[in-house]
Design a binder for this molecule. Structure first.
Ligand code: BES
Ligand code: ZN
Length: 628
């Protein structure tokens, strides 16, 4: 080992020791944390999770054991409380040494629709381990079980997890809060011929007993534990990067994500080393409910970004940037979510600038700002700020572009006030000083005061910071993005709509997906039904294979009363399950009685193919609830 390696190893050791004895929480943070968990984190904290689970595609169940190693923060604690949701708990045991196990009394409390049921296990005085034997339910909100018909290959079933924000508890009994960090290991017993992958170090073959084995040596929050099982193949795209996908998708995915190593290097140059070893991407079937999910070492991604032209790869930049903002420094509670997503989205745009030039970065920023305004238009005002005064019980119900895009604008404003060199050093320091820790907004504000405001006094005021964090309206001093390319699209659209130009004259053949988005996103209400229908006739929009363009197009067509697109829109809604690409259409449809009936009929038809999290999101819309 060289001296440099020794120092690095020592630094990692001190970093992990520093996280072992976490400080007690202040009142606000405790209220934020306990809004979404039953866990008695003030008394006991999980430090390691070991899973041993069998995957049964016939019953759509996982079953086996979860063993938790506990730190007893309060030596007087007599029990540990875990989060569960729809779990069948068979047995609980405790152990002092991990060798001898004693059956432990446990109770499963009454179940709350959002939070699930608390599992309370009695802890003998010196016990530091609990082992729970359990089975998941087919309707587990954090799992999706796909029959072969819903895969590309059509031969094998597929299953995957989505734990963020509070769905890990539906497949593992644990302290399901990002305040608690644990290392993990797993043994997964999958049917012969299928491969299991997880957000951890993994081998490319099962062990002698046929189990796939995993190890995550860095402490992570529960929402980053992830599993997928299916006909999954691998292709390397670089020395530490690669793609996992169904065989029929592998080549396309490897091309689309071929620049990942370069993105990693750009992040490392600016914000410090990548500390997770490998960075791979798993491409999921189309029902994956998100664009991407930053599961450590193994980002989960929607196939809708694989368009053959690498135009949507900022999604990879985003998930990869989470390796710093989110996975390394984690929001301590879901009320601090902007610390994860605002930082990450800000970094994403910076990466796009570096990789594709500032013009494309600004294009993506402007589209982000449009998303923000759209979110604000259907959210309650209390969800316009970055942090809520009372934490929401269900993070999914308030999910929106606000933490992403308002967070980006906040950080962009800070960058502008303090200058990029100082701001970059600040960010790097934030990651280094809080590495492998969960952080609160209050900690961020204190760090900002210490490292920037005190160093460059008079540049910004505390009142301005509070406006960004706590007030609903966007500050009038915000620095807003501008894109010449998108302004040009606005001009071209408006010239056509006003009759100054023709449809034939639109330079649409040269438009990228972003220009199409702009074309549709800013379509004025005054555009006539004839004009909208002429678009479809000319550009065959209802038949596009690009799901982003399809979503934007159907949205415009529905909003302008073009019922001719309904059958195609229904097919589209049955082919994609990414929430961002389906919820806008349901939200638009329910604005008229006919549309609402059609939305309900469509949902009934396609529902079985949606992820449980997407089902809940659509059902909230159909019920008329506000949301992002
Ligand atoms: N961590 C999020 C996805 C998420 C957020 C899942 C909250 C569950 C609860 C992920 O990093 C993300 O932001 N995905 C975006 C990608 C986009 C901003 C490039 C998405 O899915 O749309
Ligand atoms: Zn994100």
């Amino acid at each position: 080992m060289t001296t440099r390696h020794c120092i690095a190893a020592l630094a990692m050791l001190t970093a992990s020791l520093a996280t072992v004895h976490a400080a007690p929480l202040d009142a606000t943070s405790l209220a934020n944390v306990t809004a979404n968990t039953y866990a008695n984190v003030q008394q006991v904290r999980t430090r390691h999770v070991a899973l041993d689970l069998a995957v049964d595609f016939k019953t759509s169940e996982l079953s086996g054991t979860a063993t938790l190693e506990l730190e007893r923060v309060d030596p007087a604690a007599t029990q540990v409380v875990l989060d569960t949701q729809d779990l069948d708990i068979r047995k609980a045991e405790t152990s002092v040494d991990g060798e001898v196990w004693l059956k432990a009394p446990f109770t499963l409390g009454s179940s709350d629709e959002v939070l699930g049921a608390p599992l309370t296990i009695t802890l003998p005085a010196d016990a530091t381990r609990v082992r729970v034997t359990y089975t998941t339910k087919p309707q587990a909100s954090g799992l999706q079980w796909l029959p072969p018909a819903q895969t590309l290959g059509k031969k094998h079933p597929f299953m995957f997890s989505q734990s963020e924000a509070i769905h890990a508890r539906s497949w593992i009994p644990l302290q399901d809060t990002p305040f608690v960090r644990a290392t993990y290991e797993a043994r997964i017993h999958a049917p012969k011929g299928l491969r299991a992958v997880m957000s951890a170090d993994m081998k490319d073959k099962p062990d002698a007993s046929g189990a796939w084995t995993f190890n995550m040596p860095q402490a992570i929050p529960s929402y980053l534990i992830a599993l997928a099982v299916g006909d999954i193949a691998f292709e390397a795209t670089g020395p530490r990067t690669g793609v996992y996908a169904e065989p029929a998708m592998l080549k396309k995915a490897a091309y689309e994500f071929g620049e990942t190593e370069r993105t990693l290097q750009l992040m490392e140059q600016a914000f410090g080393p990548y500390r997770w070893g490998r960075y791979d991407i798993l491409v999921l079937p189309p029902s994956f409910p998100f664009g991407g999910m930053e599961n450590p070492r193994l980002t989960f991604a929607t196939p809708t970004v694989i368009t053959g032209d690498r135009m949507l790869v900022s999604l990879v930049s985003h998930e990869l940037a989470h390796s710093w903002s989110g996975n390394l420094v984690t929001n301590a509670s879901w009320n601090d979510f902007w610390l994860n997503e605002g930082f990450t989205e800000y970094l994403t745009y910076r990466l796009v600038d570096m990789q594709f030039g500032h013009a494309r970065g600004d294009t993506e920023r402007v589209l982000g700002l449009t998303d923000l305004k759209d979110s604000m238009s259907h959210l309650d005002k209390i969800d316009w700020s970055l942090v809520r005064s009372s934490p929401p019980k269900d993070p999914d119900a308030v999910y929106s572009s606000v933490p992403y895009e308002r967070g980006t604008l906040f950080l962009t404003w800070l960058e502008t006030q303090f200058g990029r060199p100082a701001f970059d050093a600040f960010l790097r320091g934030w990651f280094d000083d809080h590495a492998f820790q969960s952080a609160t907004t209050a900690q961020f504000v204190a760090y900002l005061q210490d490292k920037l405001m005190a160093q460059q006094p008079g540049k910004i005021t505390q009142a301005q910071v509070d406006t960004w964090l706590h007030q609903p309206e966007l500050p009038d001093f915000a620095v807003l993005p501008h894109s010449d390319a998108l302004t040009k699209v606005d001009e071209e659209r408006d010239a056509w709509l006003s009759g100054k130009s023709t449809l034939e004259a639109l330079p649409a053949a040269q438009w990228s997906v972003h220009e199409w988005q702009q074309f549709f996103d800013n379509m004025p209400a005054s555009a006539t039904l004839e004009q909208v229908q002429a678009l479809d006739a000319r550009f065959k929009l209802s038949q596009t294979h690009n799901a982003i363009i399809a979503c934007a197009w159907f949205h415009v067509a529905i909003a302008h009363g073009d019922k001719a697109v309904w059958p195609a829109a229904q097919r589209y809604l049955g082919s994609v399950g990414r929430m961002r690409l389906i919820t806008p259409l349901y939200r638009e449809l329910i604005k008229t009685p006919d549309g609402k009936a059609f939305a309900e009929q469509t949902y009934a038809k396609v529902k079985a193919g949606y992820n449980p999290i997407a089902q809940q999101a659509v059902e909230r819309i159909l019920k008329g609830a506000s949301g992002g």
